[in-house]
Design a protein around this ligand. Sequence first.
Ligand SMILES: [Zn+2]
Ligand SMILES: [Zn+2]
Length: 339
Amino acid sequence: MKPVLNWTNAASINSYTLRLSCTLVFALLYTFSAFAALPPEPKRKPLRTKNIIILVIDGPRYSEMWGATPGVIPNLSTRLKGKGVFFSNFLNDAYTYTNSGHTAITTGINQPIDNYGAELPAHPSIFQQWLKQTGKPATAAWIVSSKDKLNILGNTADSVWHDQFLPSLNCGVNGPGTGYRADSLTLIEVKKVLTTNKPNLMLINFMEPDGYAHAENWNYYIRGIARDDRYVQQLWDFLRKNKNYKKNTTLLITSDHGRHLDGIDGGWIDHGDNCQGCQQIFLLAIGPDFKKRQTVATKHTLVDISATVAKMMGFTFEQSQGQVMKELFSRKKLRDLGL
Ligand SMILES: [Zn+2]
Ligand SMILES: [Zn+2]
């Protein structure tokens, strides 16, 4: 038999190929024309924030702070509050003790972690993720803490991340096991690090309200809150006068937990359950990208800090249980952030 069928097949294949090519060309043309018809992407301005400092005042109860203003916090409640956004319904709604509250801030995950420094957070921190994603050196991210046991915030038990992309540490008198340091000395260390290393990301812990409350010394507990109020103001004054930090630095002031309401388990001396006194903390957010003179009553919690920091610093932090706190930003800023 002559291979006539082959010719027929070849012709039909050619015609099929031709039709397919035409379809593809038309599809491509249609796609391009569709794109051409779209309005240009709105230009997103980068944020002015280049540095974020999270300052944690350890364990003051709301009733001795924001519930009695100006009281012992004249700087926070009058001079600083108007410069930013105050969250009046900000909670640690999970584990209300130091290492857990701080871990919620730095990993975005509520975890019932050992409170004596014997356990590392189960997940990597914003410091590790940021250092990895930016390629910056360890000196660009710092934890400066009055409590020595908070050195745990620098590392993680996660086997993939353990000992990787670690931030720099300055915790307690001289590292883990050396005891708590006075907050005045921690502030000195903070200023030294900011001047010398010029980090972009920092967490500070001031311990005096919590430390003196556990020592059952009411006057020193109150004095601790008053001192920390002054130290926050001194830090803000330092930042706005420092040429590396002025106009490009965001300061997030918060607490890790409150203390029992009066009549619950010894009242102000201790903390650790889910009573309102232990859960109710605060957030005051000051920075060049935030609204000013705003009070937000929407509920937010500690884990929202990591989501917000990651968004502002431009790194991904999908593990966080929190949400970006959109109330911080104007509509225009939200568009700039792609929110
Ligand atoms: Zn405590
Ligand atoms: Zn309680």
